[in-house]
Ligand binder design. Sequence first.
Ligand SMILES: O=C(O)[C@@H](O)[C@H](O)[C@H](O)CO
Ligand SMILES: [Mg+2]
Length: 409
Amino acid sequence: MTIELVDVNITSPGRNFVTLKITTADGVVGWGDATLNGRELAVASYLSDHLASMLIGRDEDRIEDTWQYLYRGPYWRRGPVTMAAIAAVDMALWDIKAKKAGMPLYQLLGGASREGIRVYAHASGTDYAALKDAITGYEELGYTAVRVQTGVPGLGQIYGVSATGPGVRYDYEPAKRVENGRPSEERWDTRNYLAHMPGIFARIREDFGADLRILHDGHHRMSPIEAARFAKDIEPYDLFWLEDCTPGEDQSALRLVRQHSTTPLAIGEVFNSVFDYQTLITERLIDYVRSAVTHTGGITAMKKLLDFAAIYGIKSGIHGPTDISPVGMAAALHLDLAIHNFGIQEYMPHNDRTLEVFQTSFTFDRGFLHPGDRPGLGVELDEDAASGHEYTKAYLPVNRLLDGTVHDW
Ligand SMILES: O=C(O)[C@@H](O)[C@H](O)[C@H](O)CO
Ligand SMILES: [Mg+2]
């Protein structure tokens, strides 16, 4: 059969999502996530202005060939806009193939390698007391792993710290609706941060014991030598991982961190190709691959990337904040269930408005997710519900040092 219709849906049920819909000549519908936080319309244009006409009339079953056609065909390669567009096509074609087979996608990827997918939650607090409450709340829900972020003395609102207090469902997402056409700004100081954080990890270990998996996101803010010192300082607290300690472009920066510390390292949410990992994987400079399926060329590309990582003993830690739509999240869960070298999955539940627009079949039970057994990815977009939420510009903040210098965000 052939691809008959290619539609791009933009909706904003609390935040912006771009979703690709591919319909075959015999009426099978596949969905793909094309959401690129803050640059949504660029991917939507890439899909509708450039890829749609290339897809119509193609055989929907030829997923690998379509991937290569879209990747190698246009001469220009890689980059988050291109790779998110290719990812959306790839997810939609896998959704169609699995629906036609009458199987949940993970069956086509080799079947389940585990019973459930261990996830980590986002816990934060402006001070330690609030952070402790947030962690306690997640433990009560059965979570076995939490990412912890906290306020730093001397700094105001900073990355990763929820504005909502304890008891309110944690729904932190730093992309803010834009009112004057520009993103908001935050201030940062790495010295204050480095002085403050080790004590926070010490208190968490004291209060929660040895079992809890503790993760932390450095958000690309440290220089190589700062990251090396930090990773070494926090070794006694046995982190599950330290994420994005140095800027994402600089693969060799992690050599220095590695030489000084055994704290496990994760990186990759801003990567979009296996080539961004070439040095990191072959030199074993990281422990977890953080790519999003949505931003790294889809299921076809992620499966190859994770198989490559497996040869070097490196595991998955697929990106899953709320700027990945439920379609992209489902793609991650099917991979997580099927691959051998699964590490952990990030899980930031979508808000109720998002879940009215995207009907999901994945389930959460005491710290573990399962993608469900509906044929395909298991997520359907309700186009009527989606049409009620108009696109609203939202950007991640810009980060500056205390003297005003623009810094990594
Ligand atoms: O690890 C994470 O989930 C974060 O780094 C988010 O991807 C980032 O704040 C953009 O939303
Ligand atoms: Mg991150």
